[in-house]
Design a protein around this ligand. Structure first.
Ligand SMILES: NC(=O)c1ccc[n+]([C@@H]2O[C@H](COP(=O)([O-])OP(=O)(O)OC[C@H]3O[C@@H](n4cnc5c(N)ncnc54)[C@H](O)[C@@H]3O)[C@@H](O)[C@H]2O)c1
Length: 247
């Protein structure tokens, strides 16, 4: 088992990529805590593998602090953080995105990492190290039209991961970013901006050299490697899991 003895906190793990990450980490021996706005979904997921769950909002510092405390109580330490919770406005012209949507985007996708960093770094420093994974996106590398403000949040996540990596390296805290290409989660229709039909999916698949969308397990496998000690010399990467989309 590649994560035995480790304690991990995964945000937004009631569904989608986060759920696969949490289950994979648990299967590999980690004690996993889930933080999600969807409290019932988080509890249901955590029950599958004997994990802990917290119903909370990643945009609120108090909820993040509470999840960090739960993860430490549940796992006895705080070794791995996965900042995965995210949201997008529907694909539409940039001038049609409201200020409310813009604020929600930056709160969920970027402010959340600010809060989590402030909560987890002092703990990891005291422990002598740790791993932080941020779920960015190919949207921040090779942007699609209609998602300008979402794309910009992921550009921030991709870059802040590198900056955190260099600043936290002396503390033996590794920071990496995983950048998925479009995948069939609850956010798919918002990303596409058109109904989820086989014809509409085919248009997006045509832009991915390996010829399919990402699967949650693809993202979980990348996170597993980066979180494990096998990646002990890897920090500051933006690891595209994208079937060649950004080449
Ligand atoms: N699906 C894709 O195509 C795709 C591609 C690239 C990157 N991503 C990123 O992957 C991450 C996971 O998204 P997903 O596609 O699995 O979507 P999803 O909607 O299935 O999962 C997101 C989870 O985050 C939770 N969440 C949302 N806002 C929250 C908040 N304020 N506080 C706590 N939890 C909150 C939701 O309840 C949900 O369980 C996001 O950061 C997303 O931007 C997704």
């Amino acid at each position: 088992m590649r994560l035995s003895g480790k304690s991990a906190l995964v945000t937004g793990a009631a569904s989608g990529f986060g759920a696969a990450i949490a289950e994979t980490f648990a299967r590999e021996g980690a004690a996993v805590t889930i933080l999600d706005l969807n409290g019932d979904g988080a509890a249901e997921m955590a029950n599958r593998f004997g994990g802990a769950s917290v119903k909370g909002d990643v945009t609120r510092a108090a909820d993040i602090e509470s999840a960090v405390k739960t993860a430490r109580d549940h796992g006895g330490s705080l070794d791995i953080i996965v900042n995965n919770a995210g949201w997008t406005h529907r694909n539409k012209p940039m001038l049609d995105v409201t200020e409310e949507e813009y604020e929600r985007l930056y709160d969920i996708n970027v402010r959340s990492i600010f809060h989590m960093t402030r909560a987890c770094v002092p703990v990891m420093r005291e422990q002598g190290g740790g791993v932080i994974l941020n779920i960015g996106s190919t949207a921040g590398i090779r942007p699609r039209p209609g998602l300008t403000w979402y794309n910009s949040t992921k550009g921030a996540v991709n870059l802040l991961s590198k900056s955190m990596a260099v600043e936290l390296a002396p503390d033996r805290i590794r920071v990496n970013c995983v950048a998925p290409v479009i995948g069939a989660t609850a956010l798919l229709e918002s990303f596409m901006g058109v109904p989820d039909t086989p014809e509409n999916r085919a248009k997006f698949v045509a832009t991915i050299p390996l010829g399919r969308m990402s699967e949650p397990q693809d993202i979980a496998n990348a996170c597993l490697y980066l979180a494990s000690d096998e990646a002990e010399f890897i920090t500051g990467t933006v690891f595209e899991v994208d079937g060649g989309r950004t080449v």
